[in-house]
Design a protein around this ligand. Structure first.
Ligand code: UD1
Length: 429
């Protein structure tokens, strides 16, 4: 297993290209299942999770094509083609779903197009139980017959799905995406209430529109989808990754550096920008993206994770790393996932002063963190330890970095190009 060796203490200065958003690309890829025509996606990031999804789609009979790199609007991602002309399987097997929960996103499109789907239940994961009951209930309300057997969701809709009114009791991102895709091919109109409003959900809605879907209320918490008999092919560019953007903003702040994030969109940061500005980080729009640097010192500030446009849970760990070296105290409250403080004991081993009370963590800033061997059990926790390592005195060895490769494209290259001492240490198998 590879590790990352980081020697901290260097301010990061320079430009970083922001990649396409992982959490937008994954549902967009599954949208190809809704049509027998070609879907072309631009700005697709190079990530392990994208390869896993491509593998899953390939197993379902989707023909994949790589169009090479293209650089428009500062994008450096690949363009990929997906053609689901003949579906040869409707099964998402356990070994793939276990690796990546987002595999559940094939459920809605498969059921709508092929009228059946068999998808492994994702089960527990490092950041909590993360059930998919809301996806299942919504599809049942649309007329699907669903049984759970031997760890698999067996779903059938022999006469097709029917439009319905669905009120989500909890805001769910992939739940909204799954049902929006299913509704695009259902008979009649579907109204979804209390939907997720994340930019990734909006990006999917725009792509579905380009494929011929009729969707009203995009960007709001109420979507009205009028089902169509068929959708057609389209070309669509994946939005820039706001979580990668936020992570690099915090990298600039924690190292007292100055970064320009090319392709980043301020409009997607919302509460992140407000919270960071309150902590003493200046964020300004530039012609090609945005610039991040400290104004004076960093101050502690309180943060609570919430569905968009609130502060994202996917930036909570990175924010905590930053607050570890801010002046004063910060209260960080996680409201989306239980058990999402696994980075706390590791940050403590680097000298951080953090106490957890239920779903809140009290962080008292320290002058300096100290490098240490650390490891993490999820993607965002891993990157928070990399940030801490960049600010710490001495060497940090970050283990289990396959988590980083799931969601950050060439992280070490991007950071090293701005002056960080960071390298991947290959370990003999
Ligand atoms: C997505 C993101 C993930 C992010 C999360 C919250 C992708 C591929 N992943 O995950 O990076 O951390 O949104 O912003 O986009 N819930 C239920 N029942 C359900 C579904 C969800 O109880 O059927 C609960 C979850 O346990 C959680 C909350 O709803 O407490 C939000 O989860 P959800 O938005 O569904 O997360 P994901 O879509 O899995």
């Amino acid at each position: 297993m590879d590790s990352m060796r980081i020697v901290g203490g260097k301010p990061l200065v320079g430009k970083i290209h922001i990649s396409g958003a992982k959490n937008a690309a994954l549902p967009l890829m599954t949208a190809c299942l809704l049509t027998d025509e070609k879907l072309t996606l631009g700005n697709v990031p190079h990530l392990a999770d994208i390869a896993t999804m491509a593998n899953l789609l390939g197993q379902l009979g989707v023909e994949l094509g790589l169009n090479g790199h293209h650089a428009n609007n500062g994008h450096t991602g690949r363009a990929m083609d997906f053609t689901a002309k003949n579906l040869t399987s409707v099964i998402a097997p356990y070994d793939l779903v276990r690796k990546m929960r987002a595999s559940i996103l094939v459920l809605g499109p498969l059921l709508a197009r092929a009228k059946e789907a068999k998808v492994s239940l994702p089960g527990g994961c490092a950041i909590g139980t993360r059930p998919v009951d809301l996806h299942i209930e919504a599809l049942r309300a649309m007329g699907a017959e669903i049984t759970i057997e031997n760890g698999y969701i067996n779903a059938r809709a022999p006469h097709g799905l029917q439009g319905a009114e669905i009120v989500f009791p909890t805001v769910t991102v992939t739940g909204t995406e799954n049902i929006m895709m299913a509704a695009a091919l259902a008979k009649g109109t579907t109204t979804l209430v209390n939907t997720a409003r994340e930019p990734e959900v909006t990006d999917l809605a725009h792509c579905l529109q380009a494929m011929g879907a009729e969707i009203d209320g995009i960007g709001s918490d109420r979507l009205r989808i009028t089902g169509k008999d068929r959708l057609h092919g389209a070309s669509h560019d994946v939005i820039p990754d706001r979580i990668e953007t936020g992570t690099f903003v915090m990298a600039a702040a924690i190292t007292n550096g100055d970064l320009e994030l090319i392709g980043a969109r301020m409009g997607h940061l919302n509460s992140v920008a407000r919270v960071l500005e309150g902590a003493g980080v200046a964020l300004t729009e530039t012609e090609r993206g945005l610039r991040a640097h400290r104004v004076n010192g960093l101050h502690g500030t309180d943060v609570m994770t919430e569905p968009y446009p609130g502060f994202p849970t996917d930036l909570q760990a990175q924010m905590m790393a930053l607050m570890c070296v801010a002046e004063g105290a910060s209260m960080i409250t996680e409201t989306i996932f239980e058990n999402r403080f696994m980075h706390v004991p590791e940050l403590r081993r680097m000298g951080a002063n953090i106490t957890v009370h239920g779903s809140s963590a009290m962080v008292r800033g320290v002058k300096k963190l100290a490098g240490a061997p650390v490891m993490a059990t999820d993607l965002r926790a891993s990157v928070s330890l990399a940030l801490a390592g960049l600010a710490a005195e001495g060497e940090t060895m970050l283990n289990r970095i396959y988590h980083l490769d799931r969601g950050y494209e060439r992280l070490e290259d991007k950071l090293a190009a701005c002056g960080a001492t960071i390298e991947r240490v290959k370990q003999a198998a």
